[in-house]
Design a binder for this molecule. Structure first.
Ligand SMILES: Cc1cc2nc3c(=O)[nH]c(=O)nc-3n(C[C@H](O)[C@H](O)[C@H](O)COP(=O)(O)OP(=O)(O)OC[C@H]3O[C@@H](n4cnc5c(N)ncnc54)[C@H](O)[C@@H]3O)c2cc1C
Length: 579
């Protein structure tokens, strides 16, 4: 234990159990420049932005890193073809620049190019119209690291996507965007912030604001694992809580400058062999677009877009949502998908800005940042792709409350943990595989999840070669990945590992239930769980899966929400709602 303690002490990016007490003491004992509320991609990005400017920063997350919207997106770093159509060139350029930065500098291990077929359905005008848009897409924002558009005849498009029915298209255009495992990306941003000195703590909920005269001077937090509370003093607080923004704003006692409303988006996951295709697809729907996105041995199909006014932590997909997705994707597939093909379902909430003025529609596409009170900044809206820009804007907005002069943002030059050395390791994958007795394919898979941190991951199996075996009912993952999730990646509950550090909960039809015992036992060894805790974690997880399955057979949001929100919480000490 002593050497492990030492290791934790010298590796600030190790978010394991050994750090929890130390970070609690630091939160209560130090004075920070900034406290960031919310461990989604915007909060994690804000903590990284602040830390790399030389600021003392604390990041507190009520549940798990990325447990809100940031693990439930379509997982694309994209410019957004739709915005081009709406002539939002600035937004598209900014997003494409971010996509390029992620692919080349910031996270080449986690963000990968992905191709999409745009099936053409109308003669004459559609091809030149779409091509002109894609030409801008190919050239704006310095997008150099993905291939440009390629035009296809109907026969060519059908060769690329044999799953399409002939009548579904008259030709096609292939273009590229980028994708990432959002939950792992957000967690890596948070660990990188910790690496640069941020105090990062999960299961730490903000339950009150501190005030000094008219200023916000910090927050009161509750450890939702054991119920204790402490106060964090800071020159400024940044509210990065996505769809919880208004709740935190109410808690602060002041009036916000903008409001956030939630829009639900549902995705389904189906096996790769159910859609024969070399490329993803983007399909037009009446309201928006539907993506079919390659995802390992699966396809992700989504998404829907409907208002949501119910439980923010556990948005529930209904039968209606799933039928909508099946109906739209089946309209182009030669062999339709059925409910039996579905391996996983997930629902997320878009934090959309709801302004009170005529600016509403403009606001809803961009992010908003405001100093809502002296010492309190709020930021929301935008999209995953532009989190880094949002983070820089949030820290800039807080600068007036900071004691010294603040440096400009430098995160465009800060690779995430694991990026450094990644490309060389890809070339050396065969050697690494031989060294550890693994298949080179497996090592490449690990490299795309951990980058050069792979050494740290594999070191966890040094004295325990059995950890290099696949998880019995989820063979895409090794035992050592589960151990590492708990020892280094801040996972505190079985659900954190099955739903976010791995994506077992959406990638296997059993949704994690069949491997819950094996995974809980491995996590329990690291987190020192008693046999009762192991049992409880498994029970809570099973109840979650059961509730999700049942909610997905309900016709309405209300019925689905009632079933889903009745399931027990892994973090029993959460205060919901907090205001
Ligand atoms: C269906 C869907 C598809 C999408 N697809 C894409 C896409 O392909 N590409 C793209 O760029 N964008 C996409 N987006 C948008 C993108 O996912 C979001 O903009 C982004 O994830 C929002 O991040 P966030 O950090 O603002 O919010 P969140 O990730 O929700 O983080 C907020 C965090 O605050 C925490 N919190 C709340 N209250 C408290 C408290 N009292 N104390 C402490 N912590 C608290 C929550 O637990 C949560 O973790 C999609 C969104 C949806 C819903």
């Amino acid at each position: 234990m002593a050497s492990a303690q030492h290791a934790a002490g010298t590796n600030p990016a190790r978010l394991g159990p050994l750090r929890r007490e130390e970070t609690w003491q630091r939160l209560g004992g130090e004075t920070f420049d900034l406290v960031v509320i919310g461990g989604g991609v915007v909060g994690a990005g804000t903590a990284l932005d602040a830390a790399t400017r030389g600021l003392r920063v604390a990041l507190v997350e009520a549940r798990d890193l990325a447990s809100g919207t940031s693990s439930r997106s379509s997982k694309l770093f994209h410019g957004g073809l739709r915005y081009l159509e709406q002539l939002e060139f600035g937004l598209v350029r900014e997003a494409l620049r971010e996509r390029e930065l992620m692919l080349t500098t910031i996270a080449p291990h986690l963000v990968k190019p992905v191709s999409f077929l745009y099936p053409l359905t109308r003669r004459v005008w559609e091809r030149p119209y779409t091509a002109a848009g894609l030409l801008m897409y190919d050239t704006m924002g310095g997008a150099r690291s993905v291939p440009g558009q390629k035009h296809l005849t109907r026969a060519g498009a059908l060769r690329m996507v044999p799953a399409l029915k002939r009548s579904a298209l008259i030709g096609g255009i292939r273009y590229y965007d980028a994708q990432s495992d959002d939950a792992r990306h957000t967690m890596t941003v948070a660990r990188t912030a910790a690496h640069y000195g941020a105090v990062v703590r999960t299961s730490t909920q903000v339950v009150g604001f501190l005030r000094e005269a008219d200023r916000v001077s910090g927050v009161r937090v509750r450890d939702v694992e054991d119920g204790r509370e402490t106060e964090i003093s800071a020159a400024a607080v940044i509210n990065c809580t996505g769809v919880w923004t208004d709740e935190l704003q109410r808690l602060s006692g002041g009036r916000g400058r903008f409001r956030v409303r939630a829009s639900k988006g549902v995705h389904i996951v189906v096996p790769r062999d159910r859609i024969v295709s070399e490329s993803g697809m983007i399909l037009r729907t009446e309201k928006s677009v539907l993506f079919v996105i390659p995802w390992g041995n699966h396809w992700i199909v989504g998404t829907t877009d409907t208002d949501w006014n119910l439980d923010l932590a556990h948005p529930a997909a209904t039968k209606h949502d799933i039928d909508y997705l099946l109906e739209h994707v089946n309209s182009v597939l030669a062999t339709p998908l059925t409910h039996d093909d579905i391996e996983g379902v997930y629902a997320g909430l878009r934090p959309l800005l709801a302004g009170e003025s005529e600016e509403t529609s403009k606001l809803s596409r961009e992010h908003a940042v405001a100093r809502v009170a002296p010492g309190l900044v709020a930021i929301a809206g935008g999209k995953y792709t532009t989190y880094r820009v949002m983070a820089a804007d949030a820290v800039d907005a807080a600068a007036v409350d900071l004691p010294g002069r603040s440096q400009p943002s430098i995160t465009d030059k800060v690779p995430l943990l694991g990026a450094d050395g990644y490309h060389a390791l890809v070339n050396q994958a065969d050697h690494l595989a031989a060294e550890h007795g693994l298949h080179p394919y497996r090592v490449r898979h690990l490299l795309d999840r951990y980058g050069s941190l792979v050494h740290e991951v594999l070191a966890c199996a040094n004295d325990r070669p059995e950890l290099l075996k696949p998880i019995e009912h989820a063979p895409d993952y090794l035992g050592v990945e589960v151990v590492y999730a708990a020892s280094h990646e801040g996972a505190l509950h079985l659900e954190d590992v099955l739903a976010r550090r791995t994506r077992i909960s959406i990638e296997y039809a059993h949704r994690g239930v069949d491997c819950a015992e094996q995974v809980a036992t491995l996590v329990g060894e690291v987190l020192d769980w008693s046999p009762e805790t192991v049992k409880r974690e498994i029970e809570v997880y099973r109840a979650r899966v059961e509730a999700e399955r049942e909610s997905q057979s309900q016709p309405s949001d209300e019925a689905a929400d009632a079933l889903r929100s009745a399931a027990p919480e892994a973090r029993a000490g959460l205060v919901e709602p907090v205001s």
